[in-house]
Design a protein around this ligand. Structure first.
Ligand code: GLC
Length: 709
């Protein structure tokens, strides 16, 4: 603690300290009576309360930030500047593909670059902290927030969590004025809500939390995230936000987090609804003991303001929280310049050609080609295309959590295709009329752009049936009658059950919510100027009944063998009405070029625990066009102290090959990555026999064996 902060704290009243620990949304700071008669009155707060608050949520823009900060400092007795925090999750004004799409790029450098760009745009807009990255491990597409996540694999999640924080903070532990600070969320295990139902119970064992869910948060904290946000859910029967063991023992002591802990929206107050706090006072005390520094919007900490009944221990915890808050404000330079980063002409930083080009490239690298029968794609530019579907001319390609993004600035697929293809016939009707069908019969290819709306993924969008609506499936059935090649472009924020789509499409391209330049990216892909570079970061199930379905599952005592005998033996871990296989597995994705792997080998057969494995493999591009591939390395521990996943991703490398190029690839795999949580909850690397698999997805690949002694 600096002398400055120390002296400041010594001058503060208890009410001022509690104020610093409270965050209110921007509408409380609306100018004039709106604030006094509106939210303040409803929350039974005074103007004095307002001008003691420490941070504001969801405000940005030169005028707004300047006005609120200026007015606040006039009223604040000790002139402690407000912190401005907001959800800049995959873009500020330039919107990148949703995080689940960026995860499909398997490209940490791309994620780092995208994060750096949206951090710069947000900082120029006066934001100090972004509530990102979200690193909740996700395995259930019924949960709409999978769109914000990095998918189902702990290693991919941790690699991208690291890259996100590095990009957001400009590779600094404390961001400079041109970058914002990262607030990693939601601690912990929010992605494991039962039945994929939003805000539902989470009941994972501490062993599983540590073994599979914590790596993303750990990576973000190790990369320097100075803030963490609590999760809405419970852990071991206690709401995370008031969970001493989760927050003090695991987050702060074991993961080494010393930064600011902020609750999610009203999460402290929600302990009453959870039934573990009788009232706001009790909830506030539980959160305070758990180490929550900032109360977002529940006003619980404000209830502690009359401290004559608070124990000295709680008063001391308040001082510790205020110290962390003021230290953070000082580290951002806010006392020296409360308008840090705020650029008068922020607009010149936004939506620049460079930013938009990267957003477009990100959409290319995130798109996943799931089917391409008879190499229908790419298409010739003079190909006669019938363009149909609810996304053919819909600018809402930004997805949820694209706060300052504007669909009015987002080209539609129709406009982008018309700019490059010479014979596009676009049909508006979602139910094709006779004339529409006649027109489509004259085309060479039909491109159907279908998908859920942006409001059908993100927070509070759980679905029991994650699949396309009947009217879109009906459209596909109409198209099938035409006996024309159909390219289906899928816009979605979550895995869907695709079966009818797959059957009625010759080519199927998953575009996700591709962001500000997604339409242009699609055009490049359809023309063959770029190969779709994505691979699935999350399994696509065959059937809703298989959910949750993920590749890195445990073997069970009666695993499938993968051969014919599985069909004859009913006493196996399987269903009687559906296969175990997904529609599309983790890591899957096609390219236009034909590539193969061969000659995989390891530098040794036996390793010491401190070694790294040098994995060597030859990749060949058999085509006369350039190729992209994601070489994936999976490990399998033959015998563990606990059960181990069938396969686990431990390394990956995205490669781009020239036509006909043959290249030897060497991938370094530190054996420390094979550590896992034993039943005593300690992380260890076991000696013993292992297998390694090098392939283009989680199901296929060249296998090697090795031993750790
Ligand atoms: C929301 C979300 C959280 C977000 C916060 C502020 O409820 O759970 O991810 O950052 O509130 O908008």
């Amino acid at each position: 603690m600096s002398q400055f902060v120390k002296e400041l704290i010594s001058k503060m009243t208890f009410a001022e300290k509690i104020g610093q620990m409270t965050q209110l949304s921007g509408d409380f700071f609306a100018s004039g009576n709106a604030a006094i008669t509106g939210p303040l009155q409803q929350a039974n707060l005074s103007q004095a309360d307002l001008y003691r608050v420490g941070s504001v949520l969801g405000v940005s823009g030169f005028e707004q930030v300047k006005k609120i900060q200026t007015n606040y400092l006039k009223q604040s007795r000790l002139k402690i500047p407000l912190l401005f925090m907001a959800d800049v999750v995959h873009g500020y004004r330039t919107i990148f593909p949703i995080p689940l799409a960026l995860a499909a790029s398997f490209d940490p450098q791309l994620v780092r670059q995208a994060s750096e760009i949206f951090s710069r745009e947000a900082a120029a807009g006066g934001v100090h902290v972004t509530f990102a990255p979200m690193v909740d491990l996700v395995r259930d597409p019924r949960w709409g927030r999978v769109m914000e996540a990095n998918g189902e694999d702990p290693f991919l999640n941790s690699q991208l969590a690291k890259a996100s924080v590095e990009g957001i903070q400009g590779l600094r532990s404390i961001p400079d004025a041109e970058h914002v600070a990262a607030c990693v969320k939601h601690f912990a295990g929010y992605g494991a809500v039962e039945a994929g139902r939003e805000y539902n119970t989470v009941d994972v064992s501490e062993w599983r939390l540590r073994d599979q869910y914590l790596s993303g948060y750990q990576a973000a904290i190790d990369a320097g995230a100075p803030l963490v946000m609590t999760a809405f859910n419970t852990f071991q029967g206690k709401p995370a936000t008031g969970n001493y063991h989760l927050m003090r023992d695991i987050l702060r002591r074991e993961l080494g987090f010393q930064g600011l802990l902020i609750s999610d929206w009203d999460a402290i107050g929600e302990m009453i609804a959870h039934g573990t706090a009788a009232d706001l006072q009790a909830a506030a005390q539980q959160a305070l003991k758990a180490g929550v520094d900032i109360d977002m919007m529940s006003m619980a900490y404000l209830k502690l303001a009359n401290h004559n009944h608070l124990s000295s221990n709680l008063v001391a915890l308040v001082d510790q929280a205020v110290e962390r808050i003021l230290n953070f404000k000082e580290s951002l330079g806010l006392f020296a310049d409360p308008f840090r980063g705020l650029a008068q002409r922020a607009e010149k930083q936004n939506l620049t050609t460079k930013n938009l080009q990267l957003a477009q490239q990100a959409a290319v690298e995130s798109a996943v080609l799931l089917k391409n029968k008879n190499d229908l794609l790419p298409l010739a530019k003079d190909c006669k295309i019938g363009l149909v579907g609810n996304y053919a001319d819909n600018p809402d390609l930004l997805g949820s959590w694209s706060w300052q993004g504007k669909t009015t600035e987002t080209p539609t697929i129709k406009s982008a295709l018309k700019a490059k293809f010479t014979k596009i016939s676009s049909i508006q009707n979602q139910q094709l009329q006779t004339a529409d069908l006649q027109l489509l019969k004259q085309q060479d290819v039909i491109v159907a752009c279908l998908g859920l709306s942006a409001q059908q993924s993100g927070e509070a969008t759980s679905m029991t049936q994650p699949q396309l609506p009947e009217e879109q499936l009906a459209l596909l059935r109409q198209l099938q009658q035409l006996n024309k090649p159909v390219v289906t472009v899928l816009i979605t924020g979550r895995p869907l059950v695709l079966d009818p789509l797959v059957k009625s499409s010759d080519s199927l391209l998953l575009l996700w919510f591709p962001g500000s330049r997604g339409a242009a990216a699609l055009t490049q892909i359809l023309l063959g100027e770029e190969e779709p570079g994505g691979r699935l970061p999350m399994t696509f199930p065959q059937d809703l009944g298989q959910i949750p379905l993920y590749y890195n599952h445990f073997r069970t005592g009666r695993p499938l063998t993968g051969n014919q005998s599985d069909l004859d033996n009913k006493y196996l871990s399987k269903y009687i009405d559906q296969v175990n296989q997904p529609a599309f597995c983790f890591g899957y994705g096609l390219g236009y070029a034909k590539t193969t792997l061969s000659e995989s080998q390891l530098d040794k057969e036996t390793y010491q625990a401190s070694d790294s494995i040098q994995v060597m493999v030859k990749i060949e591009n058999h085509s006369d066009i350039a190729a992209k591939q994601v070489i994936q390395v999976y490990s399998q521990q033959i015998v563990g102290e606990t059960v181990r996943p069938l396969w686990e991703l431990k390394a990956f490398q995205k490669v781009k090959l020239q036509p006909k190029e043959i290249r030897k690839i060497e991938i370094d795999l530190p054996l420390s990555r094979l550590k896992y949580i034993h039943s005593d909850l300690k992380s260890r690397l076991d000696p013993g026999n292992y297998r390694l698999k090098v392939g283009f997805d989680s199901q296929s690949g060249l296998r090697q064996s090795f031993k750790i002694i």
